[in-house]
Design a protein around this ligand. Structure first.
Ligand code: SAH
Ligand code: SF4
Ligand code: F3S
Length: 481
């Protein structure tokens, strides 16, 4: 194992919080592969495991593109890999615990193969405490990098190979917009396209603004160019990505706003256009109008509410009220009658009273969500909520969580049940592992459907009649065109 440690940069929460508006750099990096790395990569494989949200999935596609450019080939067999990367998530404690467990188990592989290179990237290492732990307790990790320097990964690998050292390079900066052309897409029909990086919302419980930097938009020209390449390659679905897509263009006013961008991408003619995630605060009527006007914009909006109590929303720093949220939902439903609305909810925020929790339940019942992700609050070191007094016991939080799930599941089930008997367009994703004639895919409103059909239908949009519904999936019958 490499004993020496080269520290290029380490993260700190204070710099990560900095939002003094410096101009945003637009970077088109030139990627070079050193002779040493090219030699090392010859005949070697890499394994890449991704945790967390779609932003990380898309980052992993860049990472894989870079590794293939250097000469590595992808393997899905961890034990055989010569290079292992973990692209990590810091959103809740259990996400981090899983990764530390994984790093621990990689030690044995490193003993077997001392030339193995292990890299740890993504949101976890953007926190001081993670880098400190890795430095001292996990010598098997050779490269620690962050969310801002994925494009420099090949240089960091060269350092490890040439200088026989471990290297840490994680900066807490506002970040730039980095246009890396090298990408290895994981799917050949559905693709993610970043439109805005980072987050300026600073919800008091959330680590993302610290791990991902300031809100910064790509240029419309670069987004359109990426979408056009996908359309030309026969992609059926594009999902525009951002922690808050509705903030698109605020930092780059000449580009227009999210409504303008959505309209322009829709006009390119991709069969299905989606976007995540929407923040209720930035959602304008113009955006709703654009979604209503283009049939290829999917009628599905992920609109995290987090809580139904105004006092909790205020302490979360969400900057909207229950009333504002319900009005927004009402406007969406009025203008787009078949809209599917999904959400994220946190229970057990510090000091959440029984009454405040009940307000979340009544909100869930009032909105009739089509789906919901529910979480128990997890304190994140360095965030304001982690310092708030919390007198709610873990047991009480779990009980509330169970009750919340009963309500969200009732609402999801009701929304699925309404679809039974109808025929819907389904983009076929793949075949079941156990039976290749069992296919699955998603409807326009984001419901998972299983049905029997030939494997040749994978990648196509087909008509499926819904015959039965479970909480998290529908059963359908292929309707031959
Ligand atoms: N940018 C998106 C969400 C990113 S994180 C948004 O603002 O909607 C995804 C979800 O994780 C959040 O919506 C929230 O519900 C949950 N989450 C974030 N921080 C959390 C924490 N500290 N504990 C529990 N859940 C959290
Ligand atoms: Fe986190 Fe809030 Fe930003 Fe979403 S909007 S990423 S919850 S700080
Ligand atoms: Fe996790 Fe980072 Fe995404 S913390 S949810 S991977 S932005």
């Amino acid at each position: 194992m490499n004993k020496d440690l080269k520290i290029i940069a380490t993260p700190d929460m204070r710099s990560a919080r900095d939002r003094r508006k410096k101009p945003i750099e637009l970077v088109y990096p030139e990627i070079e592969v050193s002779h040493a790395l090219r030699e090392f990569a010859r005949g070697k494989t890499f394994y890449l495991r991704t945790y967390g949200c779609q932003a990380n999935v898309r980052d992993s596609e860049n990472l894989a593109g870079l590794l293939e450019y250097a000469g590595f080939t992808y393997t899905n067999i961890l034990e055989k890999a010569d290079v292992i990367f973990l692209n990590t998530c810091a959103i809740r404690e259990n996400a981090e615990d899983k990764v530390f467990g994984e790093i621990g188990s990689l030690k044995a592989l490193k003993v077997e193969n001392p030339n193995l290179i292990i890299g740890l990237g993504g949101c976890m290492p953007q926190q001081e405490h993670v880098v400190t732990s890795v430095k001292t307790k996990y010598p098997q990790v050779d490269i620690v990098f962050g969310t801002h320097n994925i494009h420099k990964i090949l240089d960091l690998m060269t350092t490890v190979i040439e200088e026989k050292t471990r290297v840490i390079d994680v900066e807490s900066i506002q970040g730039s917009v980095i246009e890396t052309p090298l990408v290895r897409r994981l799917d050949d029909k559905k693709a993610y396209v970043n439109i805005i990086y980072g987050c300026d919302k600073f919800c008091t419980y959330c680590i993302v603004p610290y791990t991902r930097g300031r809100e910064r938009s790509r240029t419309k020209a670069d987004i359109i160019a990426e979408c056009q390449i996908l359309i030309d390659a026969g992609y059926q679905e594009i999902t525009l990505l951002g922690q808050n897509v509705n903030a698109y263009g605020k930092d780059r006013p000449a580009e227009g706003d999210f409504a303008d961008l959505l309209r322009e991408v829709a006009k390119l003619g991709i069969p299905r256009l989606r976007f995540v995630t929407s923040h209720p605060w930035d959602f304008t009527s113009q955006m709703i109008d654009v979604i209503a006007s283009y049939p290829n914009i999917m009628k599905a909006i992920h609109l995290p509410v987090q809580s139904g109590s105004d006092e909790i929303l205020r302490r979360m720093g969400r900057r909207y009220s229950r009333e504002h949220y319900l009005k927004l939902v009402a406007e969406m439903r009025a203008k787009i009658p078949d809209i599917a609305i999904t959400t994220d909810i946190i229970v057990g925020f510090p000091g959440e009273t029984k009454e405040q929790f009940e307000e979340t339940l009544t909100l869930v019942d009032a909105v009739h969500y089509d789906g919901a992700f529910t979480f128990i609050y997890s304190p994140r070191m360095g965030t304001p909520a982690a310092k708030m007094i919390d007198d709610v016991t873990a047991e009480e939080k779990h009980e509330r969580y169970e009750r919340l799930i009963q309500h969200t599941e009732a609402s999801t089930t009701a929304s699925s049940l309404k679809m039974v008997g109808g025929t819907y367009a389904v983009l076929v994703d793949g075949v079941s592992k156990r039976n290749k004639n069992r296919l699955s895919g998603y409807t326009e409103n984001g419901k998972l459907v299983h049905f029997v059909g030939e494997p040749a239908l994978v990648g196509q949009i087909v008509q499926v009649k819904i015959i039965d519904s479970k909480v998290y999936s529908l059963q359908g019958e292929y309707v031959r065109a």
